[in-house]
Design a protein around this ligand. Structure first.
Ligand code: DAH
Length: 347
C-alpha cells in the first residue's frame, strides 16, 4: 500500500508538472481529490490493516492529501495570477496616445453679436430686458403713437393672431411701452431689449419673416439728441473699431420726434467707397430718435419733466455687416458651418 501511495504521489506530481492551463489543474483536482478518486480509494483500503498500521498509514495518507492539495493550490494560484496580469496589461491606459478629438459646438453668429451688444450696453449701465413675442396691438402700435387705421402701420406688414388685437410683434419697440408703464412714470430708465420680431415678408437675401431687433430706451431728465449722438458714437466704436465715425440723417418714425437714421463710416473701405457701402462711404445701422411726447404721456411719463431717446438695431444686419454675410437666410438654416461663429472672420 505504501508503494501504491508513493506511486500515486509521483504520478500526481508528474501530471501537475505537465499541465498548461488552469482548466487542466481543475480537472486534475476533481479527478484525484474527489470522493471516488484514488486517494479516497486508498483510505478505503485501510479497513484491511491492523490498528497499528492504520495509524501509520492514515497519517501518511493525510500528509499526501495535504501535499497534493498544496501543490494543486499552488498551480491554481499561478494560473489565476497569470490571468489577472494579462487582464491588467490589456486594460492598461496608454497616456501617451493622442486623445480622441471631441467635436465642440460654436455659438450661433446672431447670438454672438447680441451678446456683444449686450455687453457694451451693460458696461454703460443699461439693463437687458425681455418682452413677449405674441403681443397686444396696444403695445406694438397704439401706445407708440400709431393708432388703428394709421398709414404708418402699412410699413410693418404684421402677422395677426385670431383677431386684430393679438399679433406677433413686428418690432421690439413695444418693450419700450411695457418698460415705461412698469417703471410707473417716476424713475429714469436705461434698457435694451434684444428679441425676435415678425413681419409678413417674403423671404429672400435681405428679408426674413422672422428677424431680430435690439431695442434701446433711455428716459431721464434733460436728455437731448446730443446724448443719443454721444451714446451711439461710443457703441459704434466699441462694436466696429475706434476709427469709426458716426452721423445722423433725418428720418421719420411715429414714436420719435425728431427721428434719425444712424450711420457709421464704412469700416471696409474707411469711407472711400466700396460695394459694402454702395460707394457712399456710410452704412446705416439703426433707426433712432427722441421719444415722442405722446409716447411718454401714453406710458405714464410727464413729457414736460422727462425726455428720452430710443433706438432700434437690426441684429442680422449688424452681423451681416460685421462678418460679410450676404444672405439673411444664413442665420436660419441648419448648416452650422454658415450660421455659427466657427471659422468666421470679421470684415
Ligand atoms: N421699430 C423700428 C422699426 O422696426 C426701429 C426703431 C426706430 C426703433 C427708431 C426705435 C426708434 O426705438 O427710436 O423699424
Amino acid at each position: 500500500m505504501k508503494e501504491k501511495m508513493n506511486a500515486l504521489k509521483v504520478e500526481i506530481e508528474e501530471k501537475l508538472g505537465s499541465v498548461t492551463t488552469k482548466k487542466e489543474v481543475i480537472d486534475l483536482k476533481n479527478n484525484y481529490l474527489s470522493k471516488k478518486g484514488p486517494i479516497s480509494e486508498l483510505s478505503g483500503m485501510m479497513r484491511e490493516l491492523s490498528n497499528e498500521e492504520k495509524r501509520e498509514f492514515g497519517k501518511s495518507l493525510n500528509e499526501l492529501k495535504t501535499e497534493v492539495n498544496r501543490l494543486i493550490q499552488e498551480k491554481l494560484t499561478y494560473y489565476e495570477e497569470e490571468e489577472l496580469n494579462k487582464k491588467l496589461a490589456s486594460e492598461q491606459i496608454d497616456i501617451t496616445l493622442p486623445a480622441t478629438k471631441i467635436p465642440v459646438g460654436a455659438p450661433n453668429i446672431l447670438e454672438h453679436i447680441v451678446e456683444e451688444v449686450e455687453e457694451v450696453f451693460m458696461s454703460m449701465g443699461y439693463d437687458v430686458v425681455d418682452g413677449p413675442e405674441v403681443e397686444e396691438d396696444k403695445y406694438n402700435f397704439e401706445l407708440l403713437n400709431i393708432p388703428k387705421g394709421h398709414p404708418a402701420r402699412d410699413a410693418q406688414d404684421t402677422f395677426y393672431i385670431e383677431d386684430e388685437n393679438i399679433l406677433l410683434r413686428s418690432q421690439t419697440s413695444p418693450v419700450q411701452a411695457r418698460t415705461m408703464l412698469a417703471a410707473g412714470g417716476n424713475k429714469p430708465i436705461r434698457m435694451i431689449c434684444p428679441g425676435k420680431t415678425y413681419r409678413r415678408d417674403a423671404d429672400d437675401a435681405t428679408h426674413s419673416h422672422q428677424f431680430m431687433q435690439i431695442e434701446g430706451l433711455l428716459v431721464d431728465k434733460n436728455i437731448s439728441l446730443s446724448d443719443l449722438k454721444g451714446t451711439f458714437d461710443v457703441i459704434a466704436k466699441k462694436l466696429f473699431g475706434e476709427d469709426i465715425e458716426t452721423r445722423f440723417r433725418p428720418s421719420y418714425y411715429q414714436f420719435t420726434e425728431p427721428s434719425v437714421e444712424t450711420d457709421i463710416s464704412c469700416f471696409a473701405c474707411k469711407g472711400h467707397g466700396c460695394s459694402l457701402c454702395k460707394n457712399t462711404g456710410w452704412i446705416t445701422v439703426s433707426g433712432a430718435g427722441m421719444v415722442h411726447p405722446n409716447v411718454l404721456k401714453n406710458c405714464g411719463y410727464d413729457p414736460k419733466e422727462w425726455t428720452g431717446f430710443a433706438f432700434g438695431f437690426g441684429a442680422e444686419r449688424l452681423a451681416m455687416l460685421k462678418y460679410g454675410i450676404h444672405d439673411i437666410r444664413t442665420f436660419y438654416q441648419t448648416d452650422l458651418r454658415e450660421s455659427s461663429v466657427f471659422d468666421r472672420k470679421e470684415v
